[in-house]
Design a protein around this ligand. Structure first.
Ligand code: CO
Ligand code: CO
Length: 325
């Protein structure tokens, strides 16, 4: 059990018939029914800078925050800025640039930023509290993946190792800009295509890495999965930086956490395993479809959506993911 799970278990459980999704840590956002055909989707996320440029950081943080609403098939409408900033130490222009980056992404998503809150903080932090809507019968959760489903991933893996290499000053500019391009890409098109093609379950890939989020999805759905490590798309440079040892702390924690929840084929190296658990920022959606749904999704998804089949759901309740090579 993680420290956070231990803390959350001590809180009183909410009993509200209109809270359709909210209790399970595997869920990306809360869903609260307002009427028979309208539910709220609510989520919040914020973190410390992953890139040096403040505007780009604002873009990435905003895209990441909106992602949880997209993962549930919701439409984000409004957002509040959440900011920690050392206002007496760093120039105010840096904060202005972070917020401009956030506004830029919000505008491109059709989301209105309606306010926010800033606290004095030694280390800058930024993100959004997002409110959206979804039909109360038609949201996508992590609970309904079924044996026989195909797993589709919509962005490449490796933002953790690439940004760690960037902090170490060894990342190639082309690799960084490709990682940034994906981190600032909204999961909106993927979400819309998913809603049009009858997905069974979905989650977005963020801090727990591909394997961590997949094993949570399996646990929530009461199924197991087979992940084909060779099919997983990687960012350019990711393998190289992982080999050089630029593994973020969160990735190491993830690897320890999933070790007893996954069985790994002998052909899969620890290096590959570290990428499969790499802590992602603003990662793609991982979606479970029946095979026809996966084909329809690939046809429908726009050019900014990868639609790569990385594995399948199999019967089982042990939440054990089998990684093949
Ligand atoms: Co999420
Ligand atoms: Co989140």
């Amino acid at each position: 059990m993680s420290d956070l799970t231990y803390v959350l278990r001590q809180l009183p459980r909410t009993h509200d018939a209109n809270l359709l999704v909210g209790d399970n840590p595997a869920d990306d956002a809360a869903v609260y029914r307002l009427s028979d055909d309208l539910a709220l989707v609510q989520t919040v996320d914020f973190f410390t800078p992953v890139v040096d440029d403040p505007f780009t950081f604002g873009q990435i943080a905003a895209a990441n925050s909106l992602s949880d609403v997209y993962a549930m098939g919701g439409r984000p409408l409004t957002a509040l800025n959440i900011v920690g900033f050392p206002i007496t130490i760093l120039p105010a222009q840096i904060l202005a640039d972070i917020l401009r980056g956030g506004s830029d992404i919000a505008a491109s998503a059709g989301v209105t930023i309606v306010g926010g809150h800033t606290v004095d903080d030694q280390e800058p932090k930024y993100g959004l509290a997002v409110t959206g809507t979804v039909h109360p019968d038609r949201y996508i959760s992590s609970h309904d993946a079924r044996p026989g489903d195909v797993l589709v991933l919509t962005k490449p893996i490796g933002t953790g190792v690439v940004t760690t290499a960037l902090k170490a000053g060894v990342a190639h500019e082309a690799h960084v800009s490709e990682a940034v391009r994906w981190m600032t890409t909204l999961n909106r098109s993927a979400s819309e295509a998913m809603m049009a093609t009858s997905a069974h379950a979905a989650t977005d890939i963020t801090g727990f890495g591909l394997l961590g989020h997949l094993s949570d999805l399996c646990s929530a759905s009461g199924v197991s999965a087979i992940l084909d490590s060779e099919a997983v798309p990687l960012l350019p440079g990711a393998l190289e930086y992982a080999r050089m040892g630029h593994i973020p702390g969160g990735t190491r924690t993830n690897l320890d956490f999933v070790r007893n929840r996954v069985s790994v084929a002998s052909g899969v190296s620890d290096l590959v395993l570290s990428l499969l658990t790499d802590a992602q920022t603003s990662g793609g959606l991982l979606i479970a479809f029946d095979p026809a749904g996966a084909e329809a999704f690939a046809r429908r998804a726009g050019p900014e959506v990868l639609a790569v089949q990385v594995g399948q759901i199999v019967p089982g309740t042990a939440t054990a993911v089998r990684v093949t090579g």
